[in-house]
Design a protein around this ligand. Structure first.
Ligand code: TXA
Ligand code: MG
Length: 317
């Protein structure tokens, strides 16, 4: 297994690998990413191969500083500047007009590029060492559960990755929020920054996809899916006889009679629940159960992002 604890030495090794066409998994504050040097189309192609990801699904470009933004984005509209000032570094991805030099494979042929500046110290150290932007989707097989630990990456992608930097469990546990700002602000994917916080900064966000062939990730109806069939249902309403062979993903209260129960946050905190969310799904999925019953959550704050992931996970079955 190519897992190594993230240290100055292993980060230096990761930079060398990336400079010579390698593909490296790294922790970010949201989920683990699978990175390649953005200018290296062959290395980026390997990301698509390793993830078995369709080429119509564009990647997020990660940058270490403001200067790197100018190298990938042709222009930064005023609303984007406001968001950058408020949320970067951090788990907000902004869709901007792209520079021609960004390979078409990175953006799936779109005229825009999705960019974020991660706050995770390991991601930052790696970007600083590399001195160039990194194209990086989440480090899971396409359509599967997102990785919040190095072991999740190893299990899903294993030997195909040149190096997995282990930085422990990720802080937010759910992907970045994605917004486009032109022609009007749109929420493309709910995520670790609550939509309400963004709206408090730049005003109302429309929901859904902008015009054009754009956006695909969370946009796909089936995504973020465990192998075990999952349904969104309040376990309280599931008859005891249907519980024994199933697992429950509960928001804050434990349920009786299930083969296994994961409670996301005993104090009912959406942020704490999000941090435990994919981890709990990975654990339940590993038990080989007949079914997972996921309790619906209120769609405010990070509850919006979790419900989005649960609906897409359920759509697969
Ligand atoms: O938190 C995150 O965002 C993680 C970490 C690793 O940074 N990354 C992540 O990447 O979730 P991924 O590939 O799983 O999801 C990225 C999604 C794509 O599926 C795509 O739909 C959207 O970002 N995206 C990328 N470029 C876009 C663009 N130009 N316009 C609209 N959406 C875009
Ligand atoms: Mg993903």
């Amino acid at each position: 297994m190519p897992i190594r604890p993230a240290t100055p030495e292993s980060i230096t090794r990761a930079v060398a690998l990336l400079r010579s066409g390698g593909v490296v998994a790294l922790p970010t504050e949201t989920v683990y990413g699978l990175g390649a040097l953005v200018w290296d189309a062959a290395a980026v192609a390997r990301i698509f191969e390793i993830k078995r990801r369709p080429a119509f699904d564009p990647l997020i470009v990660h940058i270490g500083d403001r200067e790197a933004l100018e190298r990938v984005a042709a222009r930064v509209p005023k609303a984007a500047e406001t968001l950058i000032g408020r949320f970067w570094p951090g788990p907000l991805t902004i869709v901007l007009p792209k520079r021609p030099r960004v390979p078409a494979l990175v953006t799936a042929g779109l005229s825009t590029v999705a960019v974020r500046m991660p706050s995770h110290p390991v991601a930052r150290a790696l970007l600083r060492g590399l001195g160039e932007p990194l194209a990086a989707p989440s480090a899971n097989a396409f359509g599967g559960l997102s990785p919040t630990r190095a072991a999740h990456v190893a299990e899903a992608l294993g030997a195909n990755v040149d190096l997995i930097l282990d930085g422990g469990a990720t802080h937010y546990g759910i992907e970045s929020t994605i917004v486009a700002v032109e022609p009007a602000p749109v929420l493309l994917r709910p995520g670790a920054v609550a939509a309400e916080e963004i709206e408090a900064t730049i005003g109302p966000l429309a929901r859904g996809a902008p015009p054009g062939p754009a956006s695909a990730p969370g946009q796909l109806p089936v995504h973020y899916a465990p192998r075990t069939p999952l349904r969104v249902v309040d376990p309280a309403e599931v008859p005891p006889a249907e519980r024994a062979a199933a697992g429950a993903l509960a928001f804050h209260e434990p349920f009786e009679g299930y083969a296994s129960v994961r409670v996301l946050s005993r104090r009912g905190d959406l942020r704490e629940a999000a941090a435990a969310f994919f981890e709990a799904l990975h654990e339940l999925d590993a038990l080989g159960l007949e079914r997972i019953d996921a309790q619906p959550m209120e769609e405010r704050g990070l509850g919006l992002a979790m419900m989005d992931r649960l609906r897409r996970a359920a759509a697969g079955h």
